[in-house]
Design a protein around this ligand. Sequence first.
Ligand code: PEP
Ligand code: MN
Length: 337
Amino acid sequence: MLVVMNPNATEAQIQAVAQRIRELGYTPHIIPGSSCTAIGITGNRGPEGQDTLSLMPGVAEVIRVTSPYKLVSRETHPEPTTFPVAGAHIGRDFTIVAGPCSVENERMIIQTAEFLMQRGIRLMRGGAFKPRTSPYAFQGLGEEGLRLLAKAKQQTGIGIVTEALDVENFGRVEEVADIIQIGARSMQNYSLLRRASIASKPVLLKRGMAATLEEWLMAAEYVISGGNRRIVLCERGVRTFADQTRNTLDLSAIPVVKHLSHLPIMVDPSHGTGKAEYVPAMCAAALAAGADGLLIEVHPDPPRALSDGAQSLDFAAFERMHASLGPVAAALGRRLN
Ligand code: PEP
Ligand code: MN
């Protein structure tokens, strides 16, 4: 349920409604808006209390939220979610996050950070803890990778996006990251989602490779329900019968997610296609389709990458791709970050 307060409702009236919701055994989530405040209610199984809430001073109306996800739904929060992070503004500007699949050594990560900052890219991705299909494949540098990311940030000022793979290492990732990535394989790791829900940093939540949009939004609901409202979704392709690409990048998820939810959505064309040559076309398509940004794999020397080299752009290809987005953004009236 959602309690919509009058535009002129006082803080005392808002708090009184929140208190009444607690007395009824539910959890109130106060959602400030530009015209009025709403209070989301979770934990309710039935309509008990609804009538009495609508009688309280300052209440404009009480609405039943019909979708299974409550706090991430558009019904609860009609305005799009936006938030500033590390010199970027997610949800407002088209935000590009780029960098290698994995942090491999100091030289390559500093080189990449410098290259990106020169191009005006404010956020760098790079995995320290890598979820790999094979236990024999490079698993990431772990703690050492985090240390190198922190060094790249300190030397260049770039913001860091890196994955938290488990609850055990979450706190360390949280210290270093400006945005904590939850990968496709972890989208339904509920203990990880609960930990992310109380994190002090924003969360980039990738879509599971076989997840429906509802399952994905329910995963985001875990994060928001603990109080972390700074979430950006990331479409990275799903598994289909099409086998010319690594996954099938579901660009239709962009308008659907925007219809169903207020959360920003980015697109990862690297994992979506698996091949560097197809990445630029999907970058432009994501921008044109209304995405809020891109998560792209870029490597100084893709043939020598320790993971995902085939889908990584080299610096020259990234520059060409980035330059080609300018006219598309201008035509759409979007500001490129
Ligand atoms: C990654 O971003 O490198 C990654 C492992 O992605 P995904 O979780 O989408 O497979
Ligand atoms: Mn990768």
